[in-house]
Design a protein around this ligand. Structure first.
Ligand SMILES: Cc1cc2nc3c(=O)[nH]c(=O)nc-3n(C[C@H](O)[C@H](O)[C@H](O)COP(=O)(O)O)c2cc1C
Length: 205
């Protein structure tokens, strides 16, 4: 067993620390965030920090890296108040990962990959065409995480699109049927296998 102390972590090579700390907390969700600017520029970017915050009201959060460099997703969300969250599935991982490349604002990652935008109903932010699970979200609030100058973005889910075969009768979403992947660290993509689903846990008598 290897032990890393806090002082070991502080003295690590930057890339080694980045890899270690990004993977050591476990698998993360793999999503593409779709946004549109007020000048109709479409943007798509991979985010691994989207997480459930509560179901009533239905809230999600994600962590935004420091805004010391241009962040198009954030800029567009602040301009329009809305964005989409699209699960990454097994057959789009390479393009999904490529959306993290630093393209200038005027270049849409949709044009640099095979990913295609799709507008659904009157929701005015781009979904990823053929995504099997997608959410339409509305910005609610942002909280500064002072320790590392990041932001926690809190948003409300206003619509959900799910392929029929991934939705069970009781509302549970079978992520394995949608072939939704998980992110290992910053550059690894895994396809999890469902092992079991349990009933509500109660204390033993
Ligand atoms: C696997 C992976 C996960 C990422 N997760 C996040 C994240 O949770 N928050 C974030 O701010 N950036 C994250 N990024 C970085 C963004 O994808 C990257 O900064 C991208 O260029 C942002 O695009 P934008 O400027 O068009 O918004 C991640 C990158 C990768 C490769």
């Amino acid at each position: 067993m290897k032990l890393f102390t806090r002082s070991d972590i502080d003295q690590m090579d930057k890339i080694y620390r980045l890899n270690l700390i990004n993977s050591v907390t476990g698998y993360k969700s793999a999503n593409l965030l779709g946004t549109k600017s007020t000048t109709n520029q479409l943007n798509i970017a991979v985010f691994s920090s989207i997480t459930h915050l509560g179901s009533n009201p239905p809230l999600v959060g994600f962590v935004l890296r420091p805004t010391t460099v241009p962040r198009d997703t954030y800029k567009n969300i602040k301009e329009t108040g809305i964005f989409t969250v699209n699960h990454i599935h097994d057959s789009i991982i390479e393009d999904a990962h490529h959306t993290s490349a630093k393209y200038p604002t005027e270049i849409s990652e949709f044009d640099q990959t095979e990913l295609e935008p799709e507008f659904k109903g009157d929701f005015d932010a781009p979904y990823v065409k053929n995504a099997r699970i997608s959410l339409g979200c509305k910005f609610q609030n942002e909280y500064e995480i002072k320790e590392n100058d990041t932001l926690l973005i809190v948003s409300e889910i206003v619509e959900i699109h799910i392929h029929d075969e991934a939705l069970e009768d009781d509302g549970w979403v079978r992520l394995d049927k949608a072939k939704t992947v998980a992110i290992n660290g910053l550059d690894g993509y895994a396809l999890p296998n469902l092992l079991e689903r349990f009933s509500y846990a109660r204390p033993k008598k």
